[in-house]
Design a protein. Structure first.
Length: 344
């Protein structure tokens, strides 16, 4: 389709002026106090946006695509990935934004739907460039399509009131193939809040989007969230089960047995350790090792601990999972009951 000429643009402007004469334009209320909407009257774009401020921006996330999706759906709502081969990705310099069965989102109260996969360009660069793939609300496009998929090679603009939901970043370097570019996926999603009397009255998780929060009103019942990977309700506050994730021997120290066996678990506030380590004839103050990286800090940390009747010592946990008593220790065993440190 040919680009509009200067004459065409002049005529378009004249038509816009005529449209305002023949179209009943809504006049928003004014004054010290007013409310909206009013029965049998329209609302402005800004009023519509304000009415939906309670709805967070983001994709609507079911398990396989839509909430009640077909079992054979690809399930990747707004998911960015390469073509079927690296050679095609690099030849075309594009990536595919997947629709799944149907990708859906809400931005500033406006609904967006992607029904088919979309090919997006990420051309070669001469300097390191971070492309941003967004769902963008642009108030200037209110009469046509207020929310659209956009690709930006810099910070997305906001000068005209645009709002952006970041789906992905693609970091591309000079002389780098697109298949080698770093893709970081964000894909925030939005869901609602509901209340029930107790957890036995939670609705079928297939009937609500992932991320939906359910709050039982009975005392001490906690909160539940609809999983984004399975059709189930999970309690994000409840600790995980205790797990045996310690090396049996470390530098001549051995782990306790029975009720004294060292264990670890994940909680909403961090990582908890408990149990005993028996010294025997060991002289090294590194007395234990975690064998599961879920329980490692990603930085070396120091945390207080109590040891066999002596004054409180300091426990050092490094990024390899080693447990060391700062300054040495001469007791017959080490107790790590009650140790709690943040999840990094």
């Amino acid at each position: 389709m040919a680009e509009p000429s200067a004459y065409d643009e002049i005529q378009d402007g004249r038509l816009d002026d005529l449209e305002s004469l023949v179209t009943a334009e809504y006049q928003p209320p004014e004054g010290t106090e007013y409310s909206f909407p009013v029965a049998n009257q329209g609302i402005t774009q800004e009023q519509f946006r304000l009415m939906f401020l309670g709805q967070a921006n983001g994709m609507i996330h079911g398990d396989n695509g839509t909430v009640n999706d077909s079992p054979n759906s690809t399930g990747y709502r707004y998911y960015l990935e390469g073509h079927s081969s690296d050679s095609e990705t690099n030849q075309r310099n594009t990536l595919i934004l997947r629709a799944g069965t149907s990708a859906e989102a809400i931005v500033e109260g406006f609904y967006h739907r992607l029904t088919e996969d979309m090919e997006l360009p990420f051309p070669p660069v001469t300097t390191t460039t971070v492309y941003r793939v967004t769902l963008t609300y642009d108030p200037r496009k209110f009469k046509t399509s207020p929310v659209n998929i956009e690709v930006w090679n810099a910070e997305p603009p906001t000068a005209h009131g645009q709002t952006h939901v970041l789906l992905h970043t693609v970091e591309r370097r000079p002389n780098q193939l697109l298949s080698q570019a770093k893709i970081t996926r964000y894909r925030q999603y939005t869901a609602g809040l509901l209340s029930v009397q107790n957890e036995n009255q939670l609705p079928d998780p297939r009937s609500v989007p992932a991320g939906t929060l359910a709050v039982p009103s009975a005392s001490g019942r906690g909160i539940f969230v609809r999983s984004n990977t399975r059709f189930e309700w999970v309690d994000p506050v409840a600790p995980s089960p205790w797990e045996d994730v310690f090396q049996i021997n470390r530098n001549g120290w051995r782990v306790g047995t029975g009720s004294e066996k060292p264990m670890a678990r994940l909680t909403s506030t961090g990582i908890q350790l408990k149990g005993f380590f028996i010294r025997n004839t060991a002289s090294h103050n590194t007395f234990g090792r975690l064998t599961d990286s879920r329980f490692f800090p990603n930085r070396r940390i120091r945390t207080p601990m109590a040891t066999s009747g002596e004054t409180v010592k300091v426990l050092i946990i490094d990024t390899n999972g080693d447990l060391t008593i700062e300054g040495g220790y001469n007791g017959t065993y080490v107790s790590v009951d009650g140790i709690n440190y943040p999840r990094d």
